[in-house]
Design a protein around this ligand. Structure first.
Ligand SMILES: [Zn+2]
Length: 313
């Protein structure tokens, strides 16, 4: 199969792109994400048509935030769009006239990194995506591991702190409450509130108050050497690395790939993640260590991965 189309459904926009066999995006189109499930189907069809017009693409892969069933057809549940047993595959196939594969967005991103990014050359990789929350994907023996019901790799809701912070999922102490973009902002606000003088750079980037600090401010301040912003990244990294050590006990991968907006900061966040990983890895001195690598495809991973999964059929 030659060209396929990948679709990435984000909170604010839906991106579609024509992707070739080497993982290169040849053309893209973007539309705003509508508020209703029917609107989303229409928007996906529009985006696919507008980037795929006349190029002879053969299949469509859709990366969607949510639980996607074992047939890769129905979104069972999604936290952001009001999908409850949404038959996305059938609906989009009817609209675009091409075979459609639906995949969880973090799984699609993991597959993209495995095929064309940081995971290339390895057969066993585990990806975490540190975005607003924490997503995960597992590739074992060169295959995307989806579990019996399609829901494997939802690492964000592993309970890493018993009776810890309340999570949007209704549980407490979930990993994503401690290692995610949202957690980073919380750390920065707490620290800026406790030591406003030390956080001068950070606070000057927002409206001057700890509540006015957002994720972009923390990144920018860290790059300028703001100690509070750097310490906030380190706190996030400590939790991320500790969780990866647990995942090594479960999966023993060759490499962990860390993606999502937070990973854009490179070694500022990757080095402390590696350090924490080594600290918490059981039998650390007596075993080979998985590499902890930065993702390479950035925001394209989900789209490229979804297109490649559609190609694989
Ligand atoms: Zn949770």
């Amino acid at each position: 199969m030659g060209l396929t189309i990948g679709v990435d459904i984000g909170g604010t926009k839906i991106a579609a792109g024509v992707v070739d066999e080497s993982g290169t995006i040849l053309s893209t189109s973007k539309v705003p994400t509508p508020p209703t499930p029917q609107g989303v189907v229409d928007a996906i069809a529009d985006a696919v048509r507008s980037c795929g017009e006349g190029v002879g693409a053969e299949a469509v892969g859709i990366g969607a935030a949510g639980y996607v069933d074992d047939k890769r057809a129905t979104v069972l549940f999604a936290p952001n769009i009001n999908w409850r047993h949404e038959a996305l595959k059938d609906k989009v196939e009817q609209r675009v006239g091409l075979p459609v594969v639906v995949e969880n967005d973090a799984n699609a991103a993991a597959w993209g990194e495995y095929r064309f990014g940081a995971g290339a050359g390895h057969e066993d990789v585990v990806c975490i995506t540190l975005g607003t929350g924490l997503g995960g994907g597992i590739v074992m023996g060169g295959r995307l591991y989806r579990g019996r019901f399609g829901i494997a790799g939802e690492f964000g809701h592993i309970r890493i702190v018993p009776d810890g912070l309340l999570c949007g999922c209704g549980s407490q102490g979930c990993w994503e409450q401690y290692a995610s973009g949202r957690a980073l902002v919380r750390y920065a606000r707490q620290r800026a509130s406790a030591s406003p003088d030390a956080a001068a750079v950070l606070l000057s980037l927002g409206d001057g108050t700890p509540e006015g600090v957002d994720g972009r401010h923390v990144s920018a301040a860290a790059r300028q050497g703001d100690p509070v912003a750097i310490d906030s990244f380190r706190e996030l990294a400590r939790w991320a690395g500790a969780g990866l050590a647990d995942l090594a006990s479960l999966f023993d991968p060759a490499a962990f790939i860390v993606g999502g907006g937070v990973s854009d900061e490179g070694d500022l966040v990757l080095e402390p993640i590696r350090k924490s990983f080594r600290r918490w890895l059981v039998g650390s001195r007596y075993r080979p260590h998985a590499q902890v690598l930065a993702a390479q495809l950035g925001g394209r991973a989900g789209l490229v991965g979804a297109a490649d999964l559609a190609r694989q059929g």
